[in-house]
Ligand binder design. Structure first.
Ligand code: GLP
Length: 261
């Protein structure tokens, strides 16, 4: 894992946007895996700025989002399809037909999962998958103890996740209890991983993901298996890392071609 610690989330998001922008410039037909949640919002704003001010071109980019709540239509203001349109897609020159979010209202939800996998494969696989991290270590909606080799599937949300996300959805009662999510196997197939985790609430999950044992109890720890995973943290989320100084040292010794900024 490449662990990059920045003082604040702001710098981390700008760095994350730089990494994605480089992928988009190097490969204008890239396939991006995208995430929702509060964490990537600032990164998306920076991508929008790069599009507006520097002409970053998304016209041939394809995207696949990680997950979606079961039962929420694309028009629902808490659906992830809605989130992506509001916070990114409508502000850049992406072809909406190339943007994919699992359909939480599909009549045959299992077929929707299988078809999502087929679509990712048909697009040539994901070049870079952006991830956030749940307080309990989940990635996508892969909650603790799920299979580390899972493919896109339906998951029941943990009580912790329901509590955390109900702040966004308004109330616990309003929260869908199920979601469609790329599996951990799906995520690990991406050619590159970029995970962002900020703030003190993520400190334990970060510690277990980066330095803990590879174990289904912390789904994020599966990323230890990935040959090209970059974790962007802030001082708060990195506070529990035993080897924080080592990661800083590595970061400071990079050759020019290994640097992003
Ligand atoms: C949600 C999403 C995840 C996200 C995580 C963290 O449940 N399914 O993809 O990474 O929770 O959310 P936040 O960034 O708001 O802390």
């Amino acid at each position: 894992m490449e662990v990059l610690i920045r003082e604040h989330a702001e710098a981390g998001c700008i760095l994350g946007a730089k990494i994605i922008a480089r992928v988009v410039r190097d490969k204008p037909t890239a396939v991006l895996g995208l995430a929702t949640g509060r964490t990537p919002l600032r990164l998306y704003q920076e991508l929008i700025r790069l599009h507006r001010d520097e002409g970053l071109d998304f016209s041939r980019i394809t995207t696949f989002n990680l997950d979606e709540y079961v039962g929420l239509p694309a028009t629902h203001d808490q659906s992830y399809r809605y989130f992506m349109r509001e916070n990114l897609f409508q502000h850049i020159n992406i072809d909406q037909g190339r943007t994919h979010v699992p359909d939480g209202t599909a009549a045959d939800i299992h077929e929707e999962c299988r078809s999502y996998e087929r679509k990712i494969e048909a697009a040539g696989g994901i070049d870079l998958q952006l991830l956030g991290l749940g307080r309990n270590g989940h990635i996508g909606f892969n909650e603790p103890t799920g299979s580390l080799r899972s493919r896109t599937w339906v998951k029941i949300l943990s009580e912790q996740t329901l509590r955390d996300n109900s702040a966004v959805l308004g109330s616990l009662a309003a929260m869908p209890k199920h979601a469609l999510t790329m599996g951990i196997g799906t995520i690990l197939d991406a050619r590159r991983i970029l995970l962002l985790a900020f703030g003190p609430a993520k400190v334990r999950a970060v510690e277990r993901m980066v330095e803990g044992p590879l174990a289904a109890i912390c789904p994020g720890s599966a990323l230890q298996l990935h040959p090209r995973a970059t974790m962007i943290l802030d001082e708060n989320s990195a506070a529990g890392l035993q080897y924080a100084d080592h990661y800083r040292w590595i970061d400071s010794q990079k050759l020019p071609w290994q640097r992003y900024e």
